[in-house]
Design a binder for this molecule. Structure first.
Ligand code: DX5
Ligand code: ZN
Length: 221
């Protein structure tokens, strides 16, 4: 299976957002990763609907929307209308996770669940067949540019084993501190999608940074 790269627009230059969306479009990247933060579930506030609408006008590649917000059910239909392909909610923010995942699918999007670094994989065990993607946070969510938490490797391996045992087919996405130094190892452990913010937009040549991630993940496929 091909491994996917999803540059995080959180690390883009918001004063030149159209240009940076085009960078992702022109690169070998697969998805746009879009981080929505509400200042409640995480300490930071990023951007909301009007900005995503503007991104959508320049994007052909799928929008992978990562909601770091409380009670995300309130906005499912809004994100569908904005053209989100994948809508990922945090297990820690959903009291009725099963219901939320089904509501996302009914709204025409692919449901994902993100887990904070401390959240056990058991949080998704009973909804594995309702999911298209599990996002393992490899930093505490809220900010770009943080250091990768190394225990993630073992968590990816465990989740990969759970997926195999259940014969499930969701994608495993890793988010936070991902770059050329750990991409190959993550893919070897079982990751399918790598989110990369600062390692792409902070690079002197973002197109080359994406190409490098692509080739590293292809080599270890
Ligand atoms: C963190 C966000 C990430 C972030 C990744 O809360 O969910 O998607 O943008 O940024 P880097 O790759 O810089 O750690
Ligand atoms: Zn994210």
């Amino acid at each position: 299976m091909a491994h996917l790269i999803a540059p995080s627009l959180l690390a883009a230059d918001f004063a030149h957002l159209g240009r940076d969306v085009k960078v992702v479009e022109d690169s070998q990247a697969d998805w746009h990763h879009i981080d929505v933060m509400d200042g409640m579930f995480v300490p930071n506030i990023s951007f909301g609907m009007p900005v995503i609408k503007a991104i959508g006008r320049h994007a052909q590649k799928p929008l992978d929307v990562h909601l770091m917000i409380e009670a995300p059910d309130r906005y499912i239909s809004d994100f569908a209308a904005l053209g989100a392909s994948i809508l990922t909610v945090h297990a820690e923010a959903c009291v009725h996770l099963h219901r939320t995942l089904h509501a996302i699918r009914e709204a025409g999007m692919r449901p994902g669940v993100a887990l904070n670094p401390h959240t056990p994989l058991a949080a998704i065990e009973e909804v594995m067949s309702d999911l298209d993607l599990v996002c393992l946070m490899s930093v505490n969510p809220g900010f770009g540019g943080q250091k990768f938490i190394p225990t993630t490797f073992e968590k990816v391996r465990k989740l990969n084993a759970m997926r195999r045992a259940a014969n499930a087919d969701f994608l495993i996405e890793i988010d936070g501190g991902v770059g050329a130094g750990n991409a190959a190892q993550l893919v070897e452990a079982g990751a399918d999608v790598l989110v990369a913010g600062s390692s792409v937009f902070g690079a002197p040549d973002p197109l080359e940074a994406v190409a490098k991630l692509k080739s590293l993940t292809a080599l270890s496929a």
